[in-house]
Design a protein around this ligand. Structure first.
Ligand code: BMP
Length: 250
């Protein structure tokens, strides 16, 4: 008999990180396992997008350094308000990949001051265990495996990376394209209902495939939603596809 996916309620009992608990509680409350990736270049469009898709998502994933008009007051304050209004977390996809000291500086200083506003941040584990120690008051989402063609995150890399991740109490989730132990949250990008990929190495699977095959907890969808003619309608479509697949996999 095929192994069943663990429910969000059961996972809630296994996880310890407060941000992991919050994320699972939001999923249960909103019947959603959708993280929207807002790879958007202007503050106005980012905020409009967040307001539109906010009711349907558990988290909004940002690449804050692609904004051409970032400003703490006019970008972050209204974004935080929208996160509260619609009950979603903000996940900054910074993919830290340096020594611990540099990462700490990048996390708290410079113009973005990520530590002031992000609920979750992504980090590579390439710098080793101690490089992750400096991320406080945030949920660290560790990159275990990447979705792009030719990625170096092969089975050996992932095995070593998983040892770091399992011993790091500030890591609350993994980004990967494979199944992981039940006491961690799995997030999977490279999800799209129609596209086969792009010309820059991205590879896509459907929500159903990643939830069924990897038992992913959260699907991360970028262009599938923000490039759609009607992003809100498309967010609902992905939310429903993700939730149906989740219930079927239980
Ligand atoms: P899209 O659905 O438009 O391909 O966007 C995917 C998003 O997920 C991008 O923001 C990208 O940076 C991120 N991502 C990914 O595609 N693959 C990974 O392995 C890790 C990621 O964070």
């Amino acid at each position: 008999q095929e192994k069943k996916k663990i429910s969000y309620e059961n996972k809630l009992e296994k996880v310890e990180h407060p941000m992991a608990k919050r994320l699972l509680e939001i999923a249960i409350e909103k019947n959603s396992n959708l993280i929207a990736s807002a790879d958007i270049l202007s503050t106005r469009e980012l905020l409009d997008f967040a307001d539109m898709v906010g009711p349907h998502i558990v988290a909004l994933k940002t690449h804050i350094d692609i904004l051409t008009d970032f400003d703490a007051d006019s970008t972050i304050l209204p974004l935080k308000d929208l996160a509260q209004k619609h009950n979603f977390l903000i996940m900054e996809d910074r993919k830290f990949a340096d020594i611990g000291n540099t990462q700490e500086l990048q996390f708290s200083y410079g113009m973005y001051k990520i530590s002031n506003w992000a609920d979750l941040v992504t980090a590579q584990v390439i710098g080793g265990s101690a490089s992750l120690d400096g991320f406080h008051n945030v949920g660290v989402v560790a990159i275990l495996g990447m979705s792009s063609k030719g990625t170096l995150t092969d089975a050996h890399y992932r095995e070593e990376a998983m040892k770091i991740i399992e011993n790091q109490s500030n890591v609350m989730a993994c980004v990967a394209q494979n199944e992981i132990p039940d006491d961690l949250i799995l997030m999977t990008p490279g999800v799209n209902l129609s596209d086969a990929g792009d010309s820059k190495g991205q590879q896509y699977n459907t929500p159903e495939k990643v939830i069924n095959n990897y038992h992913t907890d959260f699907i991360i969808v970028g262009r599938g939603i923000y490039k759609a003619e009607n992003p809100e309608q498309e967010a609902v479509k992905y939310k429903m596809a993700g939730w149906e697949a989740y219930k079927k996999a239980l």
